[in-house]
Design a protein around this ligand. Structure first.
Ligand SMILES: *Cc1c(COP(=O)(O)O)cnc(C)c1O
Length: 394
């Protein structure tokens, strides 16, 4: 990982390990366990597992290890641990390090299942959570309790209204209080992420999103220091069963090879789509941090160097009008994944965020007319034409 490789080289080659056959493609080691040449070597391995030595797939596997090394090199962390899903990664990062009596400060605008962990689960085990408006540094400052707050948690770009959290600002506040900074970085993508440079200690991804990028498999990963990964997280993950399968790791390794190309192509198209939608009289807000007049445009450029791959817009006429637009789309699919090669439109108020009480939806800007668009790899002109014909029909 000390190699001087640029991103695209890292994404194709980092972490590769070959068997005695010298296979070109990364091998899928579909094995639950490993055979020891002697009883003594089995004993030795259980005492201390060395580099490239494995015991059981729940603890680690050569294919999974290749993926972990590749994503850690990309993210700029010493190590990474791959998990069965994004939620296993979020849960593992938090629960592995927290204990009764600890305090956590979290942004309020969270992916539904993240909110469930912070709001419902942690409290049962005596961890207190304070929720703040993620974009307001004063609220973070007021909420942290030096020595008691052990972690802060937030999504660097929120779902679905694409509000950014100032990673550097929050990290300064958190570190001054002695708290670890745990960032769910899905919407920022691993390509546009500068989270570690900006002060994040632990970066979590759902690899189901851009890393797979083709809607095939659930997965997750936690990127962190070697100490956090191996001494805090790994013991929790390996004993509680949330590890990534070797087959999934192989899918994610292949996704990594094209990740830079895909994220950049999607982000270019997202800017074109957002620019085409902006000013349309049939729409209210068009939200894309890459647009110059977005209130957090400067922060987006400093933090990501890009507006990302997601666009949100509000159709005038509320839910009925939004549904008419969705139902008239021909290329863009109605679903709830994101970061996929296929462009996907979501109606957050009735699907991903349905569970939230109306006041909370309103507070988060999840209005009845709001549509979230994950821009895929299709031709940008075709996507714009699809949106325009759908708006015209609605
Ligand atoms: C999808 C997602 C998750 C959960 O990931 P899974 O792979 O579905 O478990 C967590 N956080 C964010 C921001 C997500 O978009």
């Amino acid at each position: 990982m000390s190699k001087d490789w640029k991103t695209r080289t890292t994404l194709v080659h980092e972490g590769s390990r070959r068997s005695q056959y010298g296979e070109m493609a990364e091998a899928i080691f579909l094995t639950q366990g490993f055979v020891y040449p002697t009883a003594e070597s089995a004993e030795a391995r259980f005492v201390k597992t060395g580099e490239d030595e494995f015991i059981y797939a729940r603890y680690g596997n050569p294919t999974t290890r290749m993926f972990e090394e590749r994503i850690a090199a990309l993210e700029g962390t010493e190590d990474a641990f791959a998990t069965a899903s994004g939620m296993a990664a979020v849960n593992g990062a938090l629960v592995s390090m927290l204990r009764a009596g600890d305090h956590v400060v979290s942004a309020r605008a969270l992916f539904g299942s993240c909110l469930y962990i912070l709001e419902e689960i942690l409290g049962r085990y005596g961890v207190e959570v304070t929720f703040v408006d993620g974009a307001d540094l004063d609220q973070w400052r007021a909420a942290v309790r030096p020595g008691v707050t052990k972690a802060v948690f937030f999504e660097s770009m929120s779902n679905p209204t694409l509000e950014l959290v100032d990673i550097r600002g929050v990290a300064e506040i958190a570190h001054a209080a002695g708290a670890l900074v745990i960032v769910d970085n899905v919407f920022s993508t691993p390509i546009f992420s500068r989270a570690v440079d900006l002060g994040a200690d632990v970066v979590v991804y759902s690899t189901t999103k851009h890393i797979d990028g083709q809607g095939r498999a659930l997965g997750g990963v936690v990127c962190a220091s070697r100490d956090f990964t191996r001494k805090v997280l790994e013991p929790y993950m390996k004993h509680t069963g949330g590890s990534m399968s070797p087959f999934t790791a192989w899918i994610m390794l292949n996704g990594m090879a094209t990740l830079d190309l895909r994220c950049r192509a999607m982000a270019d198209s997202a800017l074109k789509v957002a620019s085409a939608l902006q000013g349309d009289t049939r729409l209210g807000r068009v939200i894309f941090p890459g647009l110059v007049d977005h209130p957090q445009h400067d922060l987006a450029m400093a933090q990501m160097g890009s507006g990302g791959t997601m666009v949100a817009f509000e159709v005038k006429g509320g839910k009925d009008a939004a549904f008419r637009v969705l139902n008239a789309l021909e290329i863009i699919k109605i679903s709830n994944n994101l970061g996929d090669a296929k462009s996907i439109a979501t109606h957050p108020a009735t699907t991903t965020h349905q569970r939230l009480p109306e006041e909370q939806k309103a507070a988060l800007g999840i209005t009845p007319g709001l549509i979230r668009l994950s821009v895929g790899l299709e031709d940008a002109g075709d996507l714009i034409a699809d949106l325009q014909q759908a708006l015209a029909q609605a």
